[in-house]
Design a protein. Structure first.
Length: 320
């Protein structure tokens, strides 16, 4: 894009600019725009990049940093942004700040437009992003590894112990005036084994695998059939790694002892879902990273990823 300013004829450029506005011609590949105000040049030169944020509850320090540099539009409700609203309001943005509940695919990228430079997801998992579509459009993709590891590990242990000791069931017994008993096993030393051996010999099976085509529903009816009747299954990765109907059947029939889930399909679960009715299943609402420190670190890293990409610099954590 080039800018040409023509001062008033018959006067020095400086005097002419004082007496009357300059005419500015903006030439781009697509069109030529004329303006009688020199403000056009200044506005275009200093225009902030546009970023769409899919949540209103992103920690304030991260949003303050983003707003210093960018023109930020935010979805205003604490629920996943509706698809039609997303497609409409993402048009013309330079960056997208999203979460795992936001599907980023070719439709979204095309709705945003060819100027889109970066997608920053406030998550470690990227199964909600069509990575092929992102790469084919030369859009940069940032994510947030490492900063939520401790918080997720703590939640995994909580779910494991809650399931193995049947804490939720015991609480129901207490609230109803009955005293119940819960049974559990202690962790032993771990070793690397093949998947079938893992299922057959483990007392506790914890899924932390990323959701990929290879791991989709890897814990299926066959896997549960291999497990011990006293096995405790825990999932803190993605709901899609489990064939959920097979898990429900395994819990109902006593094929496995108990399960603890911080993730499931869909999220959130519908009210009255079968998983929430099972006394031997401890279910949490995907709170693996839900500590103040972890969420703050994730939000700040996502913001820095977006700003670095908009500046044409290496992102702190990038997948492409």
């Amino acid at each position: 894009m080039s800018f040409i300013s023509s001062a008033a004829a018959g006067a020095s450029p400086i005097l002419a600019s004082l007496l009357r506005p300059s005419t500015i011609v903006v030439r781009s590949k697509s069109k030529v725009i004329q303006s009688s105000s020199p403000l056009l040049y200044r506005n275009m030169a200093t225009q902030k990049p546009k970023v769409f944020v899919t949540r209103p509850d992103v920690p304030k320090p991260a949003m303050d940093l983003l707003r210093e540099r960018c023109d930020v539009t935010t979805w205003g409700e604490e629920r996943p942004v509706p698809r039609d609203y997303f497609l409409k309001n993402v048009s013309g943005v330079d960056g997208i700040f999203c979460l795992v509940t936001d599907r980023i695919d070719a439709e979204v990228l095309d709705a945003a437009g060819p100027q889109l430079k970066v997608v920053g997801t406030m998550s470690v998992g990227v199964d909600h992003v069509d990575i092929g579509a992102v790469k084919s459009r030369n859009i940069r993709l940032g994510y947030t590894p490492n900063v939520l590891t401790d918080a997720t590990a703590e939640t995994t242990v909580i779910v494991l112990l809650s399931a193995s000791r049947r804490v939720f069931e015991a609480r129901d017994e207490l609230m109803s005036g009955r005293w119940g008993r819960a049974r559990g096993d202690r962790l032993t030393d771990a070793e690397f084994v093949d998947f079938d051996t893992l299922c057959k010999e483990s007392d506790f099976i914890i899924c932390t695998a990323a959701l990929t085509p290879d791991t989709k529903e890897i814990f299926n009816a066959r896997a549960f059939s291999l497990m011990k009747p006293n096995a405790v299954f825990v999932n803190s990765s993605r709901g899609g790694t489990v064939e959920q109907d097979a898990l429900i059947k395994a819990l109902k029939t006593g094929q496995i002892f108990a399960a603890g889930l911080d993730v499931m399909t869909p999220e959130p679960l519908p009210v009255g879902h079968e998983l929430t009715k099972l006394k031997n299943c401890a279910v949490l609402p995907h709170i693996g990273s839900a500590t103040i420190q972890a969420r703050m670190a994730m939000a700040m890293l996502t913001t820095r990823n977006i700003l670095a990409a908009l500046d044409g610099k290496p992102m702190p954590e990038s997948l492409n």
